[in-house]
Write a protein that binds this ligand. Structure first.
Ligand SMILES: C[S@@+](CC[C@H](N)C(=O)[O-])C[C@H]1O[C@@H](n2cnc3c(N)ncnc32)[C@H](O)[C@@H]1O
Length: 178
């Protein structure tokens, strides 16, 4: 009986493992309105040679819009498996599954070095936490666009308002000594 109980406990804790390993999002999903998505891509001057990464990609609308409008490769990183499923569905419905890829990852650990455009809709402290990696790992000239939130002491080169939303643009500067 005791042995049976031990097996039952072992099985229960093992089956609880995947759930325990699921990391909670640092910010909940709130979608960027489509007109703001369009303006973000316009502000970043997205073109045919770009590779876009949306860090915290939600239902995938920014990556899907970029792929659909410009025919470029676009990636979305999100920690929430439900968002990844929605984003894949979004890509399928819009016929761009061959151009976009959604990865279930923590954006603070993900590799986004190949991006030439990065989009964000996170929170002020998350932008500031991400800033050192953006500056160190992205190629100079990479554009970063953020919906609603700034980067602390890193001043944006453009800032515009649209229907009560604010959009910020930065360009990764040349590295010192290069
Ligand atoms: C405010 S929503 C923005 C969604 C989309 N970028 C947009 O603008 O419509 C933020 C997203 O970030 C995701 N997220 C939060 N913390 C994360 C983390 N550490 N790593 C990856 N994604 C995260 C959430 O699951 C959510 O989908």
């Amino acid at each position: 009986m005791r042995l049976l109980l031990a097996f039952a406990l072992l099985f229960a804790s093992a089956s609880a493992l995947p759930q325990a390993a699921t990391q909670a999002p640092d910010v909940i999903f709130v979608p960027t309105p489509q007109e703001v998505v369009d303006k973000m891509l316009e502000l970043a001057k997205v073109g045919k040679a770009d590779v876009l990464y949306d860090l915290g990609s939600g239902d995938g609308r920014i990556a899907v819009t970029a792929a659909k409008r410009f025919g470029i490769r676009a990636y979305g990183i999100d920690i929430d498996p439900q968002r990844i499923a929605e984003a894949n569905d979004n890509a399928r419905r819009n016929g761009v599954s061959h151009l976009v890829q959604f990865r279930r990852e923590d954006l603070f650990k993900a590799n986004f070095r190949e991006a030439t455009v990065v989009t964000l809709y996170l929170l002020p402290d998350l932008n500031v936490k991400l800033r050192p990696r953006l500056l160190a790992e992205l190629a100079p000239g990479t554009r970063i666009v953020s919906h609603q939130f700034d980067m602390g002491s890193w001043q944006p080169e453009r800032k515009l308002e649209l229907n009560g939303r604010t959009i910020y643009l930065w360009t990764v500067p040349p590295r010192k000594g290069s």
